[in-house]
Each structure stands twice: as C-alpha cells, then as structure tokens.
Design a protein around this ligand. Structure first.
Ligand code: ZN
Length: 397
C-alpha cells in the first residue's frame, strides 16, 4: 500500500505543474505585506504563500518578479465590456456576435490594467453572456466576467412586471440583477427616479428569492435612498446621498460604487461628441458632487467598491477611479481594497477572489513601485498579470 501511495504521488507530481511566482514585496489584500515572497500555484489556485528564499519543490516552474510588487488580481464592479464605438457602414447597429468580436480589444485592455474580474452591468442582446462564456471556456482572452445580461429599465412597470423582468434575466443566465432606478447616463447627469419604492422593493425581493445580488443605478439621492431602504446590495453612481441614507448604508452593509471617473471620461470627450454646449460644465459639476459624496460616505464608514463604468475607449483606464478615491481621503491601501477585498465581498466571492492566500484563485498582478505609498503604481505601472494560473499580460522589458 505504501508503495502504491508513493507511486500515485509521484505520478501526480508529473502531471500537476506547480508554479512559484516570486515577488520582492507582496501586498496580499488582507492587510499583510510580505517581503521577498513566493506564491505557490497549482491547478489555477494558490497553494501557499512562503518566503522566496526557501527551496522550492524541484519540479516547480519559477517566475521571478523580485523587482516588482505583487497584488491580488483587481476587480472592476461596473463595466460595459461589449460597448464599442466602431461605426458600421450604413450606420446600422452591429449584431451581438459582431460586438463580441469587436470587444476583444476592451477585454485585452482591461487585463492590462490588472483587472482580472468584472461585473458587467448591461449589454445589447446576448453579447455579454456570449462573451462571458467564451472567456470562461478559454476561447477568448479577457477578464472573468459576471453579467446582469440586461439592466431592467422603464419598459417594465409595476411590481408584477418588474418581478417578471427579474425572472427573465435570471433565466437568461444573469449572475446578478441590475435595476436602472433613475435617469442619468453619459452626457445626462440628471438623477430623477424612474421607479417607485414598491417597484424597487419588488425587484430586490425577487432577485434575492432567486439567489442573486441586486445593484441599483441612481445618479441622484432619491432612488438611492429607496434602493437602500428596499434592501439592495449596492448602489451605482449616486451623488448627494443624504445623511440618513449614508447611516443606513453603514448599518446594512450596502456597497457604494461612486464611478466618479467615468464622468471625467465623458467630460474629456464632450467637445468631440456634438452634445449641448454646457455638457462639459454639467459633467464637471457632477464630478465635484460625486467626489464630495464619496468623501462623506467613506468617512462615515460606508464600504466602497471600484467600478469604472467603462465603455468604448475608456477601457484601459479602468483603475483611474482609485486616484479619485485617494482624493476623497483614502490611503492608497484603502483605495486598493476597493478593487480587491471590498469588491470581492460585494460580488459575493470573498472566499476565492480579492486576496493572495491559500485556496484563492491564482489571479496576481505585478506593479512597478510601491502601491501603498503611491496609488499611481497600480493605475499606471502594471507590468505583468496572471489569471487563474496563466500569464495573460507580460509587459516587462
Ligand atoms: Zn454603466
């Protein structure tokens, strides 16, 4: 028996390739910084975090990143991966299949920012579902996607229709549910509620009944207040959250996804878009209110997660949001947590994403410099990315 056990172990050693990734510094996403660390990986999962100076198993393949700081793979909790601005001859919209093909670039650019997981918050047709599955099966290079399929908007009316709309999305394959509960998007920063409290509550109840988290789009404070009171898991965008709502978010553990930077993106492109002349100014004012709300919510203890709301050529800038969070009063470590531990918890995956620890998926990022001293190391100096044990980005000289 002993001999058989040994033979089995030896055979296993031949098949299962162990990889050891060695970092000069490792920020593990759980509040610990390890100097001279080795992350041992097998089968796409982290087996152990040890010292780089310890002898490694002889069959292990070693990747030397001692000149870099290692981080957990980052999570962007608000993308529109399949939005592309590539006009079709004749001006008609591309079908979903073409969008998925054209979105390869968005996916690649997202990986280059160190983001290995996204929550995709609306797409046309079945584009996001298709893209999610192609990536999952290894046919397409990109971050791990979780999708809401379609965000539920005003075409559903009344609690019954809204419950049905939630069921439809989940049946279609939605990993979570999104509700558009106010006006406001790209060049429009109005935040007028589009659903009543009862309608929002119906959506929340149905989503939870089906075992799905629900996130609510609200530019203004009113729909966010209703969403929080109705039991939503997170709110996207809102500026000018009132004090009672902020207190309630802390008490209930509702996540706030400010998405400040996407309005910076729209402000930057405004002059080329043919929008009304005052659009840039309105976006700028909204950014100020959004930043102030983030500062206030953070001080009060609201949990915050990083969502870029990236579309089109904003991909590649997914993590610029972290610079706004530092402006809002976070330390670089606190900002980093919004894209690691907090984000993992918000999407219900804190047991496998957002940390470098045994049992977690082997998603790792190497950056140049010290991200705990200067967040721009994360935002602008990602050099290497691993997703589930596979190197997906290598920009080292
Ligand atoms: Zn969005």
């Amino acid at each position: 028996m002993k001999r058989l056990a040994w033979l089995l172990l030896a055979a296993w050693g031949c098949f299962a390739q162990m990889t050891a990734v060695r970092f000069g510094t490792l920020v593990d996403g759980r509040g610990q910084t390890h100097r001279n660390a080795a992350v041992l990986i097998e089968g796409g999962r982290i087996q152990a975090v040890t010292s780089a100076s310890q002898p490694l198993p002889s069959s292990a393949k070693s990747i030397d990143l001692l000149a870099y700081t290692g981080l957990p793979g980052l999570i962007d909790v608000h993308t529109h991966m399949t939005y592309v601005r590539k006009p079709r001859p004749g001006g008609a919209a591309w079908p979903s299949s073409a969008r998925v093909y054209l979105a390869r670039e968005n996916a690649a650019k997202t990986l280059e920012t160190g983001v290995t997981t996204v929550w995709d918050l609306h797409a046309a047709g079945d584009a996001s579902l298709t893209m999610r599955d192609l990536i999952r099966e290894g046919h397409m290079r990109g971050p791990r996607m979780f999708v809401c399929v379609h965000g539920i908007g005003r075409s559903a009316q009344g609690p019954e229709e809204i419950r049905q709309a939630v069921r439809n999305q989940v049946e279609a394959g939605a990993d979570f549910v999104k509700l558009f509960a106010s006006t406001g998007s790209y060049n429009d920063v109005s935040g007028d509620p589009t659903f009543s409290y009862d309608e929002i509550a119906a959506a929340v109840e149905q989503a939870h009944k089906l075992g799905r988290k629900i996130t609510v789009h609200s530019y203004g404070p009113a729909a966010a207040r209703d969403a929080v009171r109705a039991g939503a898991d997170s709110v996207q965008h809102p500026a000018e959250l009132d004090d009672d709502t902020i207190r309630e978010m802390v008490r209930r553990g509702v996540f706030y996804v400010p998405t400040i930077d996407h309005n910076r993106y729209y402000r930057d492109i405004a002059p080329t878009m043919g929008w009304p002349a005052d659009t840039g100014k309105k976006l700028e004012e909204f950014i100020g209110r959004n930043l102030e709300t983030t500062r206030k919510a953070f001080r009060a203890g609201v949990r915050i997660a990083m969502g870029s709301d990236a579309v089109n050529d904003m991909f590649g800038q997914n993590t610029r949001e972290l610079e706004w969070f530092v402006k809002a009063g976070m330390t670089p470590a606190e900002a980093l947590a919004t894209a690691t531990g907090n984000a993992a918890e918000m999407i219900g995956m804190a047991d496998r994403l957002g940390a470098v620890a045994p049992g977690y998926l082997a998603d790792l990022v190497a950056v140049e410099g010290d991200p705990l001293a200067d967040i721009s190391a994360v935002v602008h100096r990602v050099r290497w990315v691993m997703k589930e044990g596979e190197v997906v980005v290598d920009l080292r000289q």
